[in-house]
Design a protein around this ligand. Structure first.
Ligand code: PGA
Length: 251
């Protein structure tokens, strides 16, 4: 160690179900003025806005992607969007298994793993989210929960696991203003890295992001931890200056 010397930080904005054509134009032009940063940067935006986002980002070192994809290849799945479609329009990333999808859409560990597999099959990098609820943390189940969630993905992707990005997002820290302390986050990241080591020789090169109320004032302390390789940013990704400051903290 330190094992993170070769890992370039990655900061991903998760816009969730926010935005409008007008608001996105302001945000994306703000990012253009703020960048570039010495970190990899991406935005995962609502489906209807991906193409316009791609156009607005032309010539900039900001990648774009989606917030979910189907586990299916194609077919009669009304309302779903395939990873082939995401690849077709140039998406570099897709978030899978966000806790909001696990909670509100009852996505199982296996479905999340299948989505990650579908994305990889089309060259779209899945950002696989794992994380425990407050009740699980208080019951001392954090380790068991995140390991179970990651194990499903490892088992399904086998030797391709090295191609994914993992995001540790404690559910109790998402959108609540509560953040895991840098030490709490690092402890879980180290566990996840260890689990990846047992599955792939690429574990040291893999990026494990932290997400959950990352803001300008806590980003630097989180990003300095040995196994935290950047962030998945929700609320603070909706203002160019705030998101840019977080990208700068990762630089
Ligand atoms: P937050 O969201 O930064 O608003 O807590 C993070 C996420 O859900 O990805």
């Amino acid at each position: 160690m330190p094992s993170n010397v070769t890992r370039k930080k990655l900061v991903v904005g998760n816009w969730k179900m926010h935005g409008s054509r007008a608001a996105n134009a302001v945000l994306l032009s703000g990012l253009k003025d703020e960048g570039p940063w010495n970190a990899d940067v991406a935005v995962c935006v609502p489906f209807p806005y991906i193409t316009e986002t791609a156009q607005a980002l032309t010539g900039q070192a900001v990648a774009f992607g989606a917030q979910d994809c189907s586990a299916h290849e194609q077919g009669a799945y009304t309302g779903e969007v395939s990873s082939a479609m995401l690849a077709d329009i140039g998406c570099r990333f897709v978030i899978v298994g966000h806790s909001e999808r696990r909670a509100y859409h009852h996505e199982s560990d296996q479905l999340v793993a299948d989505k990650a597999k579908a994305a990889l099959a089309h060259g779209v990098t899945p950002i696989v989210c794992v994380g425990e609820t407050l009740a699980e943390r208080e019951a001392g189940q954090t380790e068991a929960v995140v390991k179970r969630q990651l194990a499903a993905v490892i088992h399904t992707l086998t030797h391709c696991i090295g191609e994914v990005v993992v995001a540790y997002e404690p559910v109790w820290a998402i959108g609540t203003g509560l953040t895991a302390t840098p030490e709490q986050a690092q402890a879980v990241h180290a566990l996840l890295r260890k689990q990846l080591h047992a599955a792939t020789q690429k574990a040291d090169a893999m990026r494990i992001l932290y997400g959950g109320s990352v803001k300008l004032d806590n980003a630097a302390q989180l990003f300095v931890q040995a196994d935290i390789d950047g962030g998945l940013i929700g609320g603070a990704a909706l203002k160019a200056a705030d998101f840019s400051a977080i990208c700068r903290a990762a630089s």
